[in-house]
Design a protein around this ligand. Structure first.
Ligand code: HEC
Ligand code: HEC
Ligand code: HEC
Ligand code: HEC
Ligand code: HEC
Ligand code: HEC
Length: 361
């Protein structure tokens, strides 16, 4: 009996997975009952147990983000153990204290791992330090999946808001001034073995507009929008840095890389030639953008970094067992001697020789 059930469940899974029958949003508004309950009652039992006196938007869980996570936790957007390779990143990390000790200094990171949602049912609360968006004024109290994605769907990449759109629960409205980015993604399932995992030959194809889109809330971080002295973003690499990107493999090998194979999903860039399976590197016209260095959701590292900006050698990087860098350990990266990944464009590690390390007095 049990066996038959397992078999049928597997069959259902295969059928569901291979057809469009399991799709939900379908690039538009999904069935209302997927997220809303009209009376907070079904069979005489409350649907949203957290809101006995009512839910402002008649949602099936306490907040918009908790409602999304009824389904999306299982797809990997907030995993139980951080073992996912979502291109957007895993909100697991903002719930997790990571202790790191370097040269005798001990630091603990949790909320620093990225965007902190209003999702108490999933152990996530608003950022206690960043009360509004750095470089902007979006109020952190209202941070949720629906701050960035339109719950009622649209035709944009990942249903991200476009110019003029905003979440209905933001008081007084927060209108986006810049359009959604042009890009193509893979499946929403981001477990390590899944078709949405980010790895060599399987990644988001970033084409244009990501930096402008992030600047809807962080305009002060965009080099093209303010007079502030920030790292160039949405700017072309030019031939020198492009040549570097393609030649650089790892700290101990910065010459044997080739254009055809040098795309490293850990350090992406925007280019019209990118596809979700491309392995080709940069041209002088490729652009550096916010997601060259950051994850959109959260990451194992502070500041939602794609790698640890605070580590000299990424091998010392915390936490041990994080999946994003681990998958490249051995090839193409030599993790026993890998300095910051800023070097893929800048090659400031060209004179580093760990094997001849100078003893610390
Ligand atoms: C009932 C389950 C369910 C709920 C609740 C749900 N989703 Fe989804 N979501 C899915 C499924 C299934 C897909 C796969 C693609 C599709 O259906 O369009 C998906 C895909 C997505 C995608 C990727 C779409 C793309 O174009 O690749 C985004 C973004 C997304 N959901 C955001 C949200 C947000 C934000 C919420 C909450 C407001 C939410 N989802 C609530 C089931 C759900
Ligand atoms: C994927 C989840 C999801 C689905 C499906 C969904 N909603 Fe919503 N809805 C939300 C969330 C979250 C809010 C809270 C406000 C916001 O984020 O815009 C909301 C708010 C609303 C509101 C009030 C604010 C506004 O935007 O006017 C209305 C009305 C509404 N939904 C109607 C519907 C109807 C009708 C359907 C089906 C055709 C539907 N929703 C399907 C998630 C969803
Ligand atoms: C809807 C507004 C909004 C958008 C769009 C947005 N952010 Fe944020 N961001 C915030 C707010 C609010 C905070 C501060 C609260 C928090 O950390 O959750 C923040 C914090 C951050 C942080 C600091 C995290 C930490 O804890 O140190 C980084 C890094 C960041 N955002 C990067 C990005 C990038 C990259 C994009 C584009 C993919 C982006 N943001 C898009 C609102 C936004
Ligand atoms: C600060 C804006 C922001 C917030 C908040 C946010 N997303 Fe995203 N999300 C993005 C962007 C941008 C991407 C595209 C990332 C990429 O491909 O690099 C994305 C990608 C995704 C994807 C595609 C698969 C993946 O993991 O990359 C899904 C599904 C998704 N988001 C769902 C959610 C859900 C559910 C929540 C809330 C629990 C959420 N997002 C919160 C901006 C956001
Ligand atoms: C070249 C890599 C790089 C690029 C490109 C980049 N960042 Fe950052 N970002 C960093 C680093 C490193 C930090 C850590 C703080 C620092 O060094 O100033 C950071 C920190 C942040 C913070 C946290 C600030 C705080 O006060 O806690 C936000 C927000 C942020 N970046 C947003 C963005 C946005 C939005 C873009 C695109 C418009 C962007 N970044 C582009 C590397 C980058
Ligand atoms: C995808 C390639 C790329 C990556 C990765 C990258 N940069 Fe840059 N960086 C650029 C470009 C393009 C410029 C502007 C052109 C130039 O200065 O040659 C630049 C310029 C700079 C400058 C000079 C800024 C100025 O205004 O003169 C510094 C400093 C810098 N980057 C530091 C970093 C650091 C630190 C990191 C890692 C956190 C990093 N970069 C990662 C592409 C990159």
């Amino acid at each position: 009996m049990k066996r038959l059930f397992v078999f049928m469940a597997a069959l259902l899974f295969m059928v569901g997975y291979s057809t469009a029958a399991m799709a939900f949003h379908d690039a538009g508004v999904a069935r209302c009952a997927g997220c809303h309950t009209m009376h907070n009652s079904q069979g005489g039992v409350a649907v949203d147990l957290d809101s006995p006196t009512g839910n402002a938007y008649l949602l099936k869980d306490a907040t918009p983000s908790d409602t999304c996570l009824m389904c999306h936790a299982a797809y990997g957007q907030k995993s139980a153990d951080g073992q996912t390779l979502g291109p957007g990143g895993d909100f697991y990390w903002v719930t997790t204290d990571v202790t790191y000790s370097s040269h005798g200094t001990v630091t603990v990171y949790a909320r620093e791992h990225g965007h902190n949602l209003d999702a108490p049912g999933n152990g996530i609360v608003e950022d206690s330090v960043l009360t509004s968006a750095p470089g902007g004024d979006y109020d952190s109290t209202y941070m949720g999946c629906n701050s960035c994605h339109d719950p009622h769907g649209n035709m944009n990449f990942r249903m991200l808001y476009g110019a003029g759109d905003t979440a209905a629960n933001y008081p007084g409205d927060y209108s986006f001034s810049n359009a959604a980015p042009v890009a193509t993604g893979n499946s929403r399932r981001t477990g390590i073995a899944d078709t949405g995992a980010e790895k060599t030959g399987q990644h988001t194809a970033y084409v244009s507009g990501m930096s402008d889109w992030c600047a809807n809330c962080h305009s002060g971080m965009h080099s093209g929008m303010t007079a502030s002295l920030v790292h160039p973003t949405d700017e072309t690499l030019g031939s020198d840095l492009s040549v570097n990107y393609n030649a650089y493999v790892t700290t101990s090998d910065m010459t044997s890389g080739a254009y055809a194979t040098s795309y490293l999903p850990l350090i992406p860039f925007e280019d019209a030639a990118n596809t979700t399976t491309s392995t080709t590197g940069t041209t002088a016209a490729s652009k550096v953008m916010c997601l060259t260095c950051h994850r959109a959701h959260a990451s194992p590292y502070p500041d939602a970094g794609r790698w640890d900006f605070a580590a000299t050698l990424l091998e010392e990087s915390h936490p041990v067992g994080e999946p994003y860098l681990t998958q490249y350990d051995g090839a193409p990266l030599d993790m026993l001697n890998q300095r910051s990944l800023c070097n893929k464009c800048h090659m400031q590690d060209e004179d580093d020789h760990l094997t001849e390390e100078i003893p610390v007095p």
